[in-house]
Each structure stands twice: as structure tokens, then as C-alpha cells.
Design a protein around this ligand. Sequence first.
Ligand code: M6R
Length: 608
Amino acid sequence: MCGIIGYVGNEECAPILLEGLRRLEYRGYDSAGVAVHDGTELRVLRAAGKLTALGDALARTPVHGTTGIGHTRWATHGKPSEHNAHPHVSGGIAVVHNGIIENHVELKQRLKAEGREFLSDTDTEIVAHLVDLATQRGLDLFEALRSALREIRGAYAIAVMSKSDPARIVLAKNASPLVVGIGDGVMLAASDVPALLSHTRDVIFLEDGEMAEITRAKVRLERVDGTRVDRAPVRITWSLMQAERGGYKHFMLKEIHEQPRALEDTLRGRVVLETGDFEAGEMGIGDDDAKTVKRVILLACGTSYHAALHGRYLLEGLARVPAVAELASEFRYRNPVVGPGDLVVAVSQSGETADTLAAAKEAKERGARILAVVNVQGSAIARMAHGTLYTHAGPEIGVASTKCFTAQLAALTMLSIYLGRRRGAVTREVGVALLAELVAVPNKMRDVLATARHIETVARSIMHARDALFLGRGLSSAVALEGALKLKEISYVHAEGYAGGEMKHGPLALVDRDMPVVCLLPSDSTLEKMQSNVQEVRARDGQVIAVVDDDKAAASLAAHTLKVPPTHEWFTPLLTSIPLQLLSYYVADLRGTDVDQPRNLAKTVTVE
Ligand code: M6R
């Protein structure tokens, strides 16, 4: 996600801002910019692309001053470009923002009606206008930001500067990270600690609902509701590398732990709890389109293909529309029957996978409507599609996909309920009940993540296995396939994922005392059949690791149980995927493999 840096001190700040942004590069970005107070004016420079482009712009047009803010942007609203890069300016106000303003559409309409002109496609520019309007009403910068915050809903880390305040930055945080660094006569703010470490190790982490004001000498901390906050700084002892990973040993582990937030961000601004429905304007699927879709074809590769397989269950079960999931890498080789009436959903974390792109293009040429479910704004698949449904998981750096997988499951759940509501397959009442549970899932994910230590112990018991089997039925079958892929790609343990019903048709021959068999046993309609699978494995001395939402499900038969909280059966995969990711992670780490960069694999596969 985006990176924010702010500096109030005595040195020329442009190089400091640029260096801070470099320290945040690991977060991913597509454009960057700075605003520096030169004593009289706010000087703003922005550039699309890498930080070298911003560095070149600064070399051509140097800006001088000792107070400034900087930003690296990971596009969410509006494509990656210079005019969408931050800072955004209104009057004498410059703003950088990380997050998503949920009510940006209505606020933009109102501000436009009041004569405000918008120069970007971003949600952030609204904040600049709101703060500017509030300062024009006579509020000082801190109070102006507070007044703006009362109008916006959503996730944000915000840093604001004013032309009339040459040595002050005001800040706010809700659901996106922001940390203040306290130096000697110098104050900084940043999205993450690595950007601060060359200046200070004394930091204050802002909490949700808090605001701060930094000047050279002072930090003022308050809640948006006006309550004063007294928080002592903490001393950071992490190395720079640890800091980039938020203290986690690997990006993959960090990303596994980011899943509750990724899910919240993917649902944010789209869920309408009152009507049991989703707002998904960017999909470009109107009510009539939803009713007339004859078939959905999901195209994807690798982990995204497993999300697509689950999407097939969701689309048929919830929307009652015929659905198939196809390996994009195979699609074109069989002269597919596809055309008008088909909705082709291209699922891809990167949005650049060559096979998925080529398959979607072929379907488009044959007259199908293309919907891109991708994580990267403006990526090739997003550009060629008729509509997009972005997963807002933030950049994924570990080669093994984790948070993007669960965000894809969530996006396909949204699509299914959206189509189901319009096709009459999901009533308002059912929709309301489903969404009420869906928004509770992020906290249940947190409960699963809290069991990581136990999962590490289980991983220790299977770390020397040569092979492993993953079994699940129905809504858990795609999770089983994904569990096996995760284990093999990062730990190099040979693993197979099977629908439970297939076990007797071959893989059972492999089961012996050396074979860990991971069985997905949530309390749904497949439980009894899965329990039979467990018996069959036990009868051959196989070592059962049961993923359960009820301790009784595996009773005495499992060597180990991995527990998740109960949820609606449609959402169980959002929870059961997590222990499997952690199991693979710990096995790989214990075996000493290169977890984030497994051998022979690339994060984005741009060749067919
Ligand atoms: O970017 P995409 O989602 O299109 O990538 C598809 C696969 O290459 C990807 O999921 C791959 O299987 C990952 N290494 C899985 O962890």
C-alpha cells in the first residue's frame, strides 16, 4: 500500500523525504511525490513510476525548505499517473493519504456542486478540499483536519501541510498505519518504522481515531473526539531489514498476518449491510446484465485458479448461474465455445499473468464480457477488461500468494451475492444475514492467527515428511488444493491436494505412517463423509492433521487439530486457508528454504 513520510526539522528536507520513501519502497507503489514549504509557498513535485523519476524531477527543479511531506502511491482510485500521484492540493493545503475514503462519491458530488474543481481521479483530493474549506472558515490546521475527518468515512493515514504554517504537519490515522518519529529538534511521521530509523529510534505509533500535530519541538496527540492522549515513545530495536517486514521474519509471514486487514479493505465501501447487497459500480454489471448472464467462466492460474474453483461453488450456489473454472493456461488450446452471454472472470493477483491475459483476450474477441478480479490497479488484465473488481489486499511481495488468495475469495463472494441479489437467488433477508457474518470474518481471522505458535509445533512434527496429502470436500476442496500448492512451492515437500471423494480412487495407495494427511473438517454437509476419509487414513497409520471448527469433529482420530472459529459455511475457506498457509510457512522455515523467493519461481509469470 502507499507510503507516507513527513519531516519538520532544520535540514533541507527534499533529500530526506526521498530517502524515507526509498525505505518504504518494499510496500509497492506506482508513482510518488513531495510537497515542501519553501518559506513562502508549498512546492509540489510528482512523478509517475519509480522514485528515480521523482529524483530526476527534483534534480531538474530543486525545491528548498525544511518542512515537507512525501508519498509513494499504490493506486486504488484512479489509475497510476502523475495527476493521480500525491500530494493533492487545494488552495494552500497539501495532503498525502494512504487508505480508502468510502464515501468519496457523495462527498465529491457535494463539493463539485459547491464549485470545487477536481484535478485527479482520487478519493484523496476530497480531503484537501475539506481541509481547505475548513481553514477558510477560520479553523487552524489541526482543527480543520478534525472537521474534515468528521465528514469522511473509511481507512486512512493522512498527513497535511498548509502554506500558512511553514513548520507544522498534522496527521490522522484510522485503520492505516502511521508512526511519529521523535528526534533532537526534528520530528518525522511515516507509514512504517524503516523510514524513520536513520533519524531516530524513538517513535509513537498512532492508534485508530487519533490525530497528531508535529512541529520541530513538540508532538501533540489527541483523539478525533477531542480527548487528549498521553503516550510515551517506544524505542525500536529492530534492524532495518526486520523493520521492513514489520518485525516478521519473512514477507510471507507478514502477509499472512495482514489478511484481516486485506479482507476489511476489500469489503470496505462495498458492503451495504442494510440491504444485504454490494455496491460494485466499477464492475460495470448493471441489473439487466446480471439477470441475463447465461454462464460464468472463471479463468486463472496457480493460486488464483484455486480461488476460481471456489468461485464456481459460490456462483452456482449463491447466484444460481452456471459456472466453470478453467486453467487459463489450457483455455486457448481447445478452441473454447465462448461468446455473448458469457461473463468471463479473469482472476489474477498481478493482473499481468501472460496465460490469463491471453485467455481473457481470446474470450473478449469472441464476444464475452470480461470482468477482472485483480489486485494491481491499471494492470494489463484490468486495462483490457470491460469491468474490474479490485481486491484491495495491498502489494504482495512473497512469491507464495496468501493475502491475495483470501481477498480473491472475498471478491468472488461479493460477485456471487451481487449477481444472486439481482437474479432473485439471494433474498434481501438472506443477503442481510450473509453480510452480517461476512463482516465478522476479519476478527475471526485474527483469532486463527493467534494460534500460530501451536501451528508451528505441528509443523515441527511433519517437517521431515517427503510427501503430504490435503483433502477437502465441497466448499473445502479448493482450500485443500491450495494447501498442497503452498506446501510444495515454499518447502519443496511433495504435496497433493484432492477432493476427499477421490482419495479411494488412487491416492489412498500412498498413505502410510510417514504420510501426513491434512483433512479439512468444518461442520458442513460434507463432515460425515470427511470423517470417513479420516478413518480410512487412520486405518493405514496415516498421520491426520485435522482442520476443524468444532473439537468433536476429529475426536481421538487426529494426531493434531488446527482450530478455526465457526462461521457461515460459505465463508469457512476464508478461515481454514490460514492454518494451511501457516503450516506451510513453518515447515519451509524449519527446513531452511528461501521462503519469500522459492527456487525456480517468479512472482509474476509474464511468459506463456
Ligand atoms: O498473478 P496471478 O495471480 O495471476 O499469478 C498466478 C500464479 O502464478 C500464482 O498464483 C502462483 O501460483 C503463486 N506462486 C502461488 O502462490
